[in-house]
Design a protein around this ligand. Structure first.
Ligand code: KG4
Ligand code: ZN
Length: 347
């Protein structure tokens, strides 16, 4: 089986080809960072326009890299939500057109299920065994799920039980907003990581910011408080003139530590509470080296197996949507052409 996966949920246009046994034949991503950088964030109208320009070349490139022809594809899997409606529609329209023209069954995929499925595409470490806890941590979401499978083998149904989620900002959104406050640029996550690493290597201590654990035993998150503390700290510091690189680095490092510590502690605590042995961490923020490090440290202490896909599988990509196509192959239909974009789709 060959599945073509397409994702245009936010600002990356991506397509990938995966096989029925979850091997990646190609995974092509065209980033729009250049378009949105000068605005300090994604401009939805520009994102959808750029997707329209990019989608066919990106699909072509994914097929060429995989060495397969479109007519050999068995299923087209495309993100139908959550995401920006205009962006989603660009990918869905292309997928519908290909499905109709070549009579290839179509499947609408939940983007968050795609992020979780990215862990099944890993070879080293091997993919997780069900049941496991998944932390989905991206620009739009920060959620903890217990992921179970009923029945054995390919026929089993996967169930996602939401155990906690952010009550305000997503972690990635907080990274992006703090990067903007520090004038580091966009997208903020990796720029904060870079500034924090420079500060760490130079021996500059991170500023201490508050951690929001919420009430005892809660697996929900809140990141707006730490973001406000950073804003207030910057305002107070600016009274003495512009922030220099050292202070920016100390703020970036302190902010990153505050977010990473809460994400790691709550995820590990849920694994222990549920009595499972594996933690999957996925979504754009899972590309953060410090988050990976702190989670691995905590996991070793409790003998928990951690699966974090490589960085290019953490951020938005088509292969992860293709992986859901493989898992849900029996739901792909030729008459799925009435499918619509759903911006707030839940798993
Ligand atoms: O999953 P993703 O590519 O798109 C969404 O579904 O939102 O995640 C994008 C988010 C952005 O907020 C970006 O700043 C963040 O992931 N991100 C990072 C890093 N790389 C990307 N956050 C922290 N550290 C990183 N290295
Ligand atoms: Zn995403």
């Amino acid at each position: 089986m060959l599945v073509l996966g397409i994702d245009t949920s936010c600002d990356d246009t991506s397509a990938g080809v995966v096989t029925g046994d979850l091997a990646i034949l190609s995974n092509v991503v065209s980033s729009q960072d250049e378009v949105h950088t000068k605005f300090g964030g994604v401009v939805p109208e520009l994102a959808s326009r750029k997707h329209l320009e990019n989608i066919i070349p990106i699909v072509d490139s994914a097929l060429v890299k995989a060495g397969v022809a479109l007519k050999e594809i068995d299923i087209i899997a495309v993100t139908k939500g959550p995401g920006l409606v205009g962006s989603l529609v660009a990918g869905i329209s292309a997928a519908k057109a290909i499905s109709l023209a070549l009579q290839i069954p179509l499947l609408g995929v939940n983007h968050l299920e795609g992020h979780i499925a990215s862990s099944l595409l890993t070879k080293n470490p091997p993919p997780p065994k069900f049941p496991f806890v998944a932390l989905v941590v991206s620009g739009g979401h920060t959620s903890l799920y217990l992921v179970k499978k009923d029945g054995e083998g390919e026929g089993g149904t996967i169930e996602y039980v939401l155990k906690g989620q952010t009550l305000d900002d997503a972690a990635g959104e907080a990274f992006d907003k703090v990067a903007k406050l520090l004038n580091l640029g966009y997208p903020g996550g990796r720029l904060i990581e870079k500034a924090a690493a420079l500060a760490h290597d130079a021996g500059w201590e991170g500023v201490t910011f508050p951690r929001a654990y919420l009430k005892k035993g809660s697996f929900d998150f809140s990141f707006s408080g730490v973001k406000t503390s950073v804003r207030n700290y910057i305002k107070a510091s600016e009274k003495d003139g512009d922030l220099d690189d050292e202070l920016k680095g100390r703020i970036a490092q302190g902010f990153q530590e505050a977010v990473v510590e809460v994400l790691a502690k709550k995820s590990i605590s849920l694994v222990l509470t549920e009595g499972v042995d594996t933690l999957v961490v996925c979504g754009g923020v899972a590309a953060n080296g410090r988050l990976r490090e702190v989670i691995f440290e905590g996991a070793v202490e409790h003998d928990i197996r951690v699966v974090i896909p490589k960085r290019e599988l953490c951020t938005d990509n088509g292969a992860m949507i293709g992986a859901v196509g493989v898992l849900r192959a029996n739901e792909a239909r030729l008459d799925n052409l009435s499918m619509n974009a759903i911006s707030r789709l839940k798993i």
